[in-house]
Design a protein around this ligand. Structure first.
Ligand code: F0G
Length: 458
């Protein structure tokens, strides 16, 4: 088979900025070893997130000009609404300014004290919104999903046996909803199988529990189903997507991922009475229901992006580029999450920096080392992000210590990816020189965004 190429050509470019290793050491120190505090002009290859960082297509830029900015009843809204309805099958579509705004509204209503929200794995903002409502977020990921180096086709699956037990123990009436995150971002960008969605759906329906899809990367998940699940090889992606959503009562979506938009999101669902409660909150926090915190032009860009993302040459290239980097790293012996996820490569920092104990944040140390060595910005998904305090100052670590290299969509080329591989392999060779970190300052919630750290000198 020939090389799988980028299925686009470049019409507009922007510069990236080069720095020396000495400059980067200084920048990192000034940013307190937190990649969120580095100015993006000081980053060479920015893999902090795939969120809002995509390159829009010429059709999306053209669609922006079609944006109608009427406060109420804009044709841009109706185009957006119809696109989401056609793709998901959900009749009710409520725009929000991004994914977490949809979460805040929905889980403010379904959550609250005494409630549980269960999931394969909740993303950090989802968990934070659930906990902010007073409810408790519970992850019931399948066992294979918790071991980075063991390959399996659907490591994002929810453990249905555990779900059954959980329902029996806590009572269905105390479960606000079940949420399937597709793909499982915090667990390595791993997909959920259609069989798992179906089984979770049946179980939830039997107990009267609502099932919502966190749909940020729905097209990537659908393409994995096409590649890996019996019976889907010959199905077009839009059909797979439609089937996936058909098992749920609704979804939350960040359009900053699989809609190639720089901002935006939505809530979609079947239930009119729940939608009324959501719209009431929307008007207080986001805006009128036909724009929900977005400009008409954003709604246009999202509608166009949602159609483009299901194009199979794009998805083939997208999944292949992540797999390509994963394979290069594996060849060099670098411990990396297997198999490759949909939007990001995940390094297993616990194995990569096995000399750094978990309470010295090996993931964050690796993030710093990659920046210093090659100007690559990544993010820790480990105990800095998800760790808890046991009340006497000791860390309760996260399940895994991962470093995520998330690829913006349609932005970097194969030589950028080759460069990233070279830098990671170089850091791996010199890994004994990397030191652990300690926290100087942290916020009570989502601490990874603003925490200040410093290296622990041996
Ligand atoms: N759900 C998942 C699975 C996500 O990955 C994100 C965002 C959200 C919800 C929230 O959406 O940012 O539009 O409010 N993930 C980004 C990331 C931030 O870097 O993975 P948002």
């Amino acid at each position: 088979m020939n090389t799988i190429i980028e299925p686009f050509r470049i019409k507009s470019v922007e510069p990236i900025y080069f720095t020396t290793r000495e400059q980067r050491s200084e920048i990192l120190k000034k940013a307190f070893y937190n990649p969120f505090l580095i100015h993006s002009n000081d980053v060479l290859i920015d893999l902090l997130t795939d969120s809002g960082t995509s390159a829009m297509s010429s059709n999306q830029w053209a669609a922006l000009m079609q944006g109608d900015e009427s406060y109420a009843g804009s044709p841009s809204f109706f185009r957006f609404e119809k696109t989401v309805q056609d793709i998901t099958g959900f009749p009710i579509v409520i725009p929000t300014h991004q994914g977490r705004a949809a979460e805040k509204i929905l889980f403010g209503i379904l959550g609250g004290k005494g409630k549980y929200l269960v999931s394969n794995t909740l993303f950090d903002t989802t968990r934070a919104n659930i906990e902010f409502s007073g409810a408790e977020g519970v992850d019931l990921l399948c066992p294979e999903g918790k071991i980075p180096t063991v390959p399996a086709p659907f490591k994002g699956n929810l453990d249905t046996e555990q779900l059954r037990t959980f329902i029996r123990e806590k009572g269905a009436e105390n479960i606000g909803a079940c949420i399937l995150t597709v793909t499982n971002n915090s667990g390595g960008g791993q997909p959920v199988s259609m069989a798992n969605v179906r089984e979770v759906s049946t179980l939830c329906a039997h107990h009267g529990i609502l099932l919502f899809i966190d749909a940020c990367r729905f097209a990537e998940n659908a393409y994995f189903i096409k590649l890996r699940e019996e019976g889907y090889q010959d199905k077009p992606v839009p059909e797979i997507v439609r089937e996936l959503f058909s098992y749920a009562n609704g979804c939350t979506m960040s359009a900053k991922k699989d809609a190639f938009a720089n901002i935006g999101g939505f809530l979609a669902m079947h239930d009119e009475s729940l939608a009324t409660l959501c719209r009431n909150m929307l008007i207080i926090t986001e805006g009128f229901p036909t724009y929900g915190g977005l400009a008409g032009r954003d709604l246009e860009a999202i509608a166009t992006g949602l159609q483009e993302v299901m194009e199979e040459h794009y998805l083939q290239y997208r999944i292949r580029s992540i797999e390509y980097l994963t394979a290069k790293l594996m060849e060099a012996g670098v411990p990396v999450m297997q198999p490759a996820g949909g939007h990001a490569v995940y390094l297993d920092a616990r194995a990569f920096l096995s000399h750094i104990p978990v309470h010295q944040y090996p993931g964050q140390a690796l993030v710093g080392a990659l920046y210093e060595a090659g100007g690559i910005r990544s993010v820790e998904i480990g105990s800095l992000m998800f760790g808890k305090n046991d009340g006497s100052g000791n860390l309760i670590p996260a399940q895994m210590e991962l470093v995520r290299l998330a690829f913006p969509r349609r932005v970097y080329t194969q030589s950028h990816v080759d460069y990233v591989a070279e830098v990671i392999i170089e850091v791996f060779a010199g890994r004994s020189q990397v030191h652990g970190l300690e926290i100087l300052e942290e916020a009570p919630m989502l601490r990874h965004f603003t925490a200040k750290l410093q290296p622990i000198q041996p």
